[in-house]
Each structure stands twice: as structure tokens, then as C-alpha cells.
Design a protein. Structure first.
Length: 29
């Protein structure tokens, strides 16, 4: 199921470029 988390992260990164890096990092942690 780990690959699902990676794909989801990349999907969000490419689909929501408006999100700031700080918010993305906070979501990962």
C-alpha cells in the first residue's frame, strides 16, 4: 500500500500546484 501513498502525493503535487510547499510538507508529516 506504500506505492499508493507515493502516487497520491505526486498526484496532489501535480494537480494542486497552487498549494505552498510548506502546506505540502505539513500534510506529509
Amino acid at each position: 500500500m506504500y506505492f499508493v501513498f507515493v502516487i497520491s502525493g505526486l498526484y496532489v503535487l501535480f494537480r494542486l500546484p497552487d498549494l505552498s510547499p510548506d502546506n505540502f510538507v505539513l500534510n506529509l508529516t
